[in-house]
Design a protein around this ligand. Structure first.
Ligand code: ADP
Ligand code: MG
Length: 385
């Protein structure tokens, strides 16, 4: 930004006009009948990588992406006839990168009505495009969620039959005439199957509760149970990546008031982000712990989710809670996790904070007002059906 001093010296109108257009957040340019650029502003220099002098020696065709040259020529002709135009288009910068823009153009005529030049405002619409992509991805995920909820239901019913059959089998075994070694062997298999079926049942139960967007009633929630459930849901990924899990959030000690499902989502998001951040690290440890915070207007629990992952660069620490902010490749990150975490905690009169030294992992702090088990109907924080 150049300094604007008005006090001591006069600035003529044209100069003021130029200063104003230079501080404009969009590209502005003007071209003559031959398509040569006769005026442009600082944003054009910034976005396109040319100096003003270079731009003033260029033809408008050189600024637009190669695949839309025909449209540009047609558009220019139409603009001269119609006087105004608004189109989506794309320019290319000095390196040849394509930048999608929204173009609003006006034709300027002299007193006789003959065309003099154009005046165009070009807005970089990349942020808008990213937002659109994010929304498409998010709604696709929502659809997958719906689908998963249906599948969970379809799994639950046959699973109940399997569990019942195994139970019957176990009871009928003694009546079969088997030698002891065979009987013990089969009993062992049945037990394995029962355990496996129960673990599927538990997972299905959790998933159904997680996917469902039920009306929320605030109940007494045990953070120990919430943390355990979140670790259970993320268990597969943690085990696959061989992450050492240290969970110090024990049961029946840390009570808050809220919605167990949504608080579980908070922890699932934090745990899965931590797992992602540790994927490529040699040392992978996830630690969950709680502190009691007594100062401030009300006593709170402060849960810390700490990983030994990549850490978060200082410069983006303030951005990570924004919707659709992600550093992960397309299809992997949605950038919705932490914004959801923050909005859930807001609803619970809590907050989330991050502390990270890049290269040394990250800690996310979840703060929630304390509640006591005597103060209302108790639940163990577990998801129900
Ligand atoms: N534990 C973590 N370690 C390092 N970076 C993290 C961690 N948690 C979140 N981040 C950063 O914050 C960004 C946003 O996270 P999130 O909102 O969950 O979206 P997503 O996981 O889909 O990218 C991530 O892309 C990542 O850059
Ligand atoms: Mg995430």
């Amino acid at each position: 930004m150049s300094k604007m001093r008005i006090g001591g010296r006069d600035i003529d109108n044209a100069h003021v006009f130029e200063i104003v257009l230079d501080s404009f957040p969009d590209i502005i340019h003007s071209v003559n009948d031959a398509g040569n650029i006769v005026f442009t502003n600082r944003k054009a220099e910034e976005l396109l990588g040319y100096t003003k002098a270079e731009l003033l020696a260029m033809n408008i065709r050189q600024l637009y992406a190669d695949d839309i040259q025909a449209d540009v020529a047609k558009g220019f002709k139409q603009l001269k006839e119609q006087g105004a135009q608004r189109v989506e288009s794309a320019v290319k910068d000095r390196q040849g990168n394509r930048i999608p823009v929204e173009v609003r153009s006006f034709a300027i005529y002299d007193d006789d009505g003959s065309f003099l030049r154009t005046f165009s405002i070009l807005r970089d619409i990349r942020p808008l495009k990213e937002l659109e992509d994010g929304l498409v991805h998010a709604s696709r995920l929502a659809a997958v969620g719906e689908l998963a909820s249906g599948i969970m239901h379809d799994i639950a019913n046959p699973l109940t039959i399997i569990i019942m059959a195994l139970e019957l089998w176990r009871r009928q075994m003694p009546k079969a005439n088997l030698d002891q070694a065979t009987a013990e062997q089969i009993a062992g298999h049945v037990e394995d199957m029962e355990r496996a079926a129960q673990s599927i049942e538990k997972l299905v139960d959790h998933m159904r509760g997680y996917v469902r967007n039920r009306a929320e009633t605030q109940v007494l929630v045990d953070l120990g149970a919430v943390a355990e459930d979140a670790l259970f849901i993320a268990g597969n990924k943690l085990a696959k990546d061989k992450v050492k899990v240290v969970n110090r959030i024990v049961r029946d000690r840390y009570w808050v008031r809220g919605c167990p499902n949504r608080l579980e989502q908070v922890f699932v998001n934090l745990v899965s982000n931590a797992a992602d951040a540790m994927e490529q690290q040699p040392e992978r440890q996830l630690t969950l712990a709680v502190d009691s915070i007594e100062q401030g207007p009300e006593p709170r629990w402060q849960c810390a989710v700490t990983d030994t992952g990549t850490g978060i660069p200082e410069a983006i620490q303030k951005d990570i809670f924004q919707s659709f902010f992600t550093t992960k490749e397309k299809g992997k990150g949605t950038g919705l996790g932490l914004s959801m975490v923050r909005s859930i905690l807001n609803d619970h009169h809590g907050e989330v904070r991050v502390q990270s030294i890049p290269g040394h992992g990250a800690t996310f702090y979840v703060c929630l007002p304390k509640a006591s088990p005597e103060s209302g109907a108790a639940t163990d924080g577990r998801l129900v059906g």
